[in-house]
Design a protein around this ligand. Structure first.
Ligand code: SF4
Ligand code: SF4
Length: 410
């Protein structure tokens, strides 16, 4: 078997673009011949917490991939994602909140919410059929762009797990949980992205996928085999692959064999981290144990529980008890602009420039009309020299949980 895998190190936007472009040139042979081929990019937009928290795919990496494809002349590029069920149920567009739609507009590419796509049915365990988005199945070339993060149910979320976002709506996503690892493998059997680009620039350790801790790992993995990349990411995070349920399932099915292990063992990795494991609190740990989960799911899938979970007070109770990782804040952000305090900005660290996905020459040049309102610059400034004008809305929750750590870790 011929494995293809590249690892690059990058933190700042220019490093990311330069090194990614060089690395992607090594994969030119697998790019579609037709410049009008339908290219689908599938990031991880699991929640409305942005990339700096370690939760979702970095807009800078997304921008770099789009730019690369456009430079090569591709004309039909779509960014597609079906965010997690809770946001869908609450009618919250994570794509809009993370400014992926603004980024897509800036670069002149399309964006779709796969939760509203026409389903194509695939086989799950126990004879169940689940619908994945037609656009994913029919794409001529698919690029999977997961975030590297811990996941309290499966251990780690990388290439394999990211494809859960191809399922259409909550009604299909919840079918996965009946046999989580096996069904993630079933999705991967049907959907086979041509290329995987893993955002491990700021990863997440601890209680992922949403309430973990960001860790600056400054790395991007590129390759064609999701099992191999997930295996190498387990080594990168110093995780026992047998405890990552998707990898254990892939080995059980005979997909991961001795060749994989030999390659991963011998592959040279410059940096290795020791991620804190995704240990859930006592209540969540008790309920989500594989032994008890089927009883929990039986309760969760009743109409009464669905109603209860949709109420504000019960949702908040689930959030503070740790049984739910997301807090579905209704209020949108209202952005009136940014201010730059030259007196505070004395160290000229240019971190704001390094993190701006559209490449503004910050802090000197800011163009409100072209700004995509991602707030990366505002969130990374170590001396709070950048002011936000407007109403933070849902973004206030990210600041409450992550403001201090984001400024330190980036
Ligand atoms: S200026 Fe700031 S808010 Fe605007 S696109 Fe750049 S990083 Fe995002
Ligand atoms: S990140 Fe803050 S301190 Fe650094 S250059 Fe930008 S405005 Fe100045």
């Amino acid at each position: 078997m011929v494995f293809r895998l590249s690892i690059i190190e990058a933190i700042a936007l220019n490093e990311m673009k330069d090194r990614l472009f060089l690395s992607l040139n090594a994969y030119k042979d697998i790019l579609p011949l037709s410049k009008t081929a339908r290219i689908l990019i599938k990031p991880n937009l699991n929640a409305n917490m942005n990339a700096l928290t370690g939760n979702t795919t970095d807009l800078r990496l997304l921008a770099a991939v789009v730019e690369y494809l456009k430079t090569r002349g591709y004309k039909d590029i779509t960014i597609g994602e079906g965010t997690n069920s809770g946001y869908y149920r609450n009618n919250i567009s994570v794509i809009a909140r993370l400014k992926v739609d603004a980024l897509a507009e800036y670069y002149g590419v399309k964006v779709i919410d796969l939760n509203y796509s026409e389903p194509v049915y695939i086989d799950f365990e126990d004879g169940i059929k689940a619908g994945v988005a037609r656009e994913v199945v029919e794409a001529d070339f698919m690029i999977n762009m997961p975030k590297l993060k811990t996941h309290f149910e499966v251990g780690m979320s990388v290439c394999m797990k990211n494809l859960m976002g191809c399922l259409v709506g909550q009604e299909n996503k919840k079918k996965t949980h009946l046999s989580l690892a096996a069904n993630i493998l079933n999705i991967n059997k049907k959907i086979k992205p041509d290329l995987h680009i893993v955002d491990a620039v700021i990863s997440m350790e601890g209680l992922g996928p949403t309430r973990g801790t960001p860790v600056k790992t400054g790395t991007i993995f590129i390759g064609t085999d999701p099992y191999l990349i997930d295996l190498i990411c387990a080594r990168f995070a110093s995780f026992d692959y047998k405890k990552v349920r998707t990898l254990a399932e892939a080995e059980k099915r005979g997909i991961i064999d001795a060749d994989y292990h030999r390659f991963v063992k011998e592959f040279k990795i410059e940096k290795v981290f020791c991620f804190a494991p995704p240990k859930a609190g006592p209540l969540a740990g008790f309920i989500h144990s594989p032994k008890r989960q089927k009883y929990f799911l039986a309760v969760r899938n009743t109409a009464f529980f669905t109603y209860l979970a949709s109420t504000k007070w019960f949702g908040y109770l689930l959030f503070i008890s740790g049984l739910r990782q997301d807090n579905f804040i209704e209020e949108e952000m209202e952005f009136d602009g940014l201010s730059f305090d030259i007196n505070k900005c004395s160290n000229g660290c240019v971190k704001c420039r390094e993190y701006c996905p559209v490449g503004f020459n910050l802090p000197k040049e800011f163009d409100k009309d072209k700004c995509i309102e991602c707030l990366y610059c505002y969130l990374v400034c170590p001396v709070k020299a950048i002011g936000f004008e407007g109403d933070l809305g849902f973004m206030g929750e990210q600041l409450r949980q992550y403001d201090e750590i984001t400024r330190k870790v980036t």
